[in-house]
Design a protein around this ligand. Sequence first.
Ligand code: TXA
Ligand code: MG
Length: 331
Amino acid sequence: MSPALTIRPYSEGALSQAAAKLRAGELVAFPTETVYGLGADATNADAVAGIYAAKKRPSFNPLISHFPDRDSAAKHAKFDARADKLAEAFWPGALTLVLPRNADSDVCDLVTAGLPSIAVRVPAHPMARELLRAVGRPVAAPSANRSGKISPTTAGHVAGSLGDAIGMILDGGPCGVGLESTVIDLTTDRVVMLRPGGVTADQVSKLLGTEVIMAESDDTAPKSPGMLTSHYAPGLPVRLEATNADPAKHGHEVLLGFGDCNTKGFDAVLWLSKTGDDIEAAANLFAKLHEADQSHFAGIAIAPIPDHGLGIAINDRLKRASAPRAPHDGK
Ligand code: TXA
Ligand code: MG
């Protein structure tokens, strides 16, 4: 059911209402200096699945986690000297850093798309920072628009695009930058620009005194995960659309179950959603894939998942998970 939409300009009451909604697992669109973000509690997988449902996003690319300051980001991501230098120079601002994720971070796997890295950003917009401080948890937020539509730089754009799918928009006026943040990957020895944005390669390169590699133009550079075929590929073979167990052919498999699928003959079943709920299945997807991958079975069988709603994104991700790995494809 679509919630009734509330659009509120800055006030203490609006901020605390928005923070309470986020903490309760609801979606709230909020202004940043780049574009409006569609926020959800990054530690709540159901809430994050709601982002994909609202945006009708056809694939699970990892999302940026937003923080009020560098120290709260450092609870979830490992900062090396380069990261600290960039944060010092450009935060708060239009820069996102992809860093190794801390083992004890409680950001859910749906935000990081199962990767061992995490994208972190401290936005400069005063309303965003106040909101993030009040929430007290990392907030995952892609741009607040339907997938494939133009990024929103006013509350009106957000209402036009997502008004029937979300309950609240914080109105902070038009965004100053109007272009998504620059994304820099620091998970290797190299400095790789995954997405160009307000902060330029030149600025980054001058500050760090090293070359900045553009992901697009270098085959061996880490890629933005959305560009990969098998960005999270389990070690075990993955069999899609599995309607029957067949140990003679496939060995003993663990089944990732969905709805009223056939579980007969499988050695173990991990449920994506017993009731066939696509939002629940999306929220469980990466955690269950990891769990299955760590089992002693010969392979992972996946029950058929209907190709509608979030099923589209789930099937897209599963196709990538079952694709053979190419050299340089994945990290
Ligand atoms: O300006 C912005 O960055 C806006 C505002 C709302 O803050 N947010 C935004 O978020 O654009 P999002 O989640 O749509 O951006 C995701 C970008 C993608 O390019 C994605 O591939 C990259 O960040 N990304 C996220 N996590 C990553 C990871 N672990 N490794 C590599 N790239 C990652
Ligand atoms: Mg976007």
